[in-house]
Write a protein that binds this ligand. Structure first.
Ligand SMILES: [Zn+2]
Length: 187
């Protein structure tokens, strides 16, 4: 699928990620919405058996050298940090119908088998709020990977509820912009 695009490979606190995304410019590519995933493997219970930096290196090896893809998802969100994997200003590879028009966000965990971690959920809400703020778009456009008609598996697991995530992201954005009108009012 083309030349490997490289990774950012850095972990950010929610506040750090919100600051980081303001430094990213989008001269060539600007996504329209976010596709939400869970990693399934590794599970959250397995994730911290190696460091986050080692996870990034392992994932780069997987997508680049085993899958032979040009990129992977944009973010991996764990219970501590928001890891930026594929650079945010280039298309990733994560959801066949929507790679060209979306950011891919992986939540660490298998949310068919594990309860939805409140820490992962909260970090994902922070990440999505920062992303939708950067786009100036309404989080109603959030999609789950399993909604992609071309995907073959149920991702994320059933313990992740789309309406709950959209409502929480909208509330987070509103709290970030007190006194402003709703996002997306201008299109
Ligand atoms: Zn997925």
């Amino acid at each position: 699928m083309g030349v490997w695009k490289g990774i950012v490979g850095k972990g950010f606190t929610p506040e750090g990620f919100a600051q980081y995304i303001t430094t990213v410019s989008f001269p060539l590519w600007r996504p329209q919405f976010v596709v939400l995933h869970n990693t399934a493997a590794p599970k959250l219970s397995q994730w911290h058996s190696v460091t986050g930096q080692q996870r990034m290196a392992n994932l780069e090896n997987f997508y680049k050298n085993q899958q032979h893809w040009s990129a992977g998802p944009h973010l991996f969100v764990d219970d501590d940090l928001i890891w930026v994997f594929t650079p945010l200003n280039t298309p990733g590879v994560h959801s066949p119908s929507w790679n060209a028009i979306s950011w891919g966000v992986e939540m660490v965990g298998d949310y068919d088998a594990e309860p939805f971690s409140p820490q992962v959920r909260d970090n994902a809400i922070s990440a999505l709020a920062a992303m939708y703020s950067a786009l100036g778009r309404d989080p109603e456009s959030l999609r789950l990977h399993k909604e992609d008609p071309l995907t073959t598996h149920a991702c994320p697991g059933r313990n992740v509820h789309k309406a709950d995530m959209i409502q929480a992201v909208a509330a987070r954005i509103a709290s970030m912009h007190p006194g402003e009108h709703a996002m997306g009012a201008t299109g």
